[in-house]
Design a protein around this ligand. Structure first.
Ligand code: ADP
Ligand code: MG
Length: 292
């Protein structure tokens, strides 16, 4: 494409809320064969809400939920924000914990009143030898309903299962269809568990998804496909996504996402909708075909 037509393309995109950093990104975008999409905050709203609270081992919800909120108060994870928001709605008292630690891809831990608190996924419970057998069936049911189940333990006692749901953005399904109609292979990546990932992928019509991806492994998924000869686009919103956005042939950041994601990407989708992604590819294709 001529420099002039590339400038026109970048200008057209900007009018539609798509900020393209350079001409090369605009031209490469038309060649993308595989698009990797982050789940949380990209396909979904990224604002989970508590939907289910189930107690185990004769525990009392009024006593346990404030502990979970106190633990999550130190975390900036969207799951933590959902818990803290729920606790505020219920007017639960939040206490100061000590020795807070976030365990990447698994959950959080801290000390309160001389006891260790743990909240996170099944892998976290396994790591600390907590028996969650009585809750596994229920967790599976919640996950197949596209909810994310989390386990809470106090000391060595498993106490509660809490689920959150992160609604799919209202226009994600249509936008995903547009991308597929362009012949692009879509892959959904998430740190979330297998059953939840499967349920979300099914709802939005994506066959290829990878669950339980550790933040540091997202970039490897991009590299793997590039080595396989694919031209890889990556779309994400989180700090987790930044290395993958930088590695991709073209990285697309959700404009409502984190600054780190935006700085690592070639394109910013200001509207936060996946339609922006389909629009960006359409502008790119139009730029290339008009000039050839
Ligand atoms: P993602 O944000 O894509 O779900 P993460 O790697 O941040 O990926 O988290 C993976 C999983 O680890 C979450 O689905 C959740 O089960 C657990 N987890 C991580 N952080 C927290 C937290 N602060 N509270 C509870 N669970 C957490
Ligand atoms: Mg995300």
């Amino acid at each position: 494409a001529t420099p002039m037509s590339v400038m026109v393309g970048i200008g057209k995109a900007a009018e539609a809320g798509i900020l393209i950093r350079n001409g090369e990104a605009l031209q490469t975008a038309s060649k993308i064969t595989t698009m990797i999409l982050d789940k949380t905050g990209t396909i979904t709203q990224g604002q989970p809400e508590v939907t289910d609270v189930v107690m185990f081992n004769q525990q009392n919800q009024q006593q346990i939920m404030p502990l979970i909120a106190s633990l999550e108060n130190g975390s900036e994870h969207p799951l933590a924000e959902a818990i803290v928001a729920y606790a505020k709605e219920q007017s639960y008292q939040i206490e100061q914990v000590s020795d807070f630690d976030a365990i990447t891809g698994k959950g959080v831990t801290a000390m309160l009143n001389g006891e260790r608190l743990l909240f996170g996924n099944q892998a976290l419970m396994t790591q600390f030898d907590i028996d969650v057998a009585p809750a596994v069936d229920k967790a599976q049911t919640l996950a197949s309903d596209a909810k994310t189940p989390m386990y809470f333990a106090k000391g060595n006692t498993f106490c509660a299962l809490v689920a959150v749901a992160d609604p799919i953005k209202s226009d994600s399904i249509d936008a995903i269809k547009r991308l597929q109609d362009k012949g692009i292979h879509l892959v959904m990546l998430t740190g979330d568990n297998e059953a939840t990932a499967k349920a979300v992928a099914k709802r939005v019509g994506i066959d290829d998804y990878i669950a339980q991806v550790m933040p540091q492994d997202k970039v490897n998924e991009v590299i793997k496909r590039q080595e396989n000869g694919e031209v890889v686009g990556m779309t994400g919103d989180g700090i987790n996504d930044a290395p993958a956005l930088a590695q991709a042939d073209v990285g697309f950041a959700i404009g409502t996402g984190t600054d780190v994601a935006i700085e690592s990407a070639d394109v910013t989708l200001m509207r936060g909708s996946l339609h922006g992604l389909a629009d960006a590819l359409a502008v790119s294709q139009a730029t290339i075909t008009n000039i050839k």
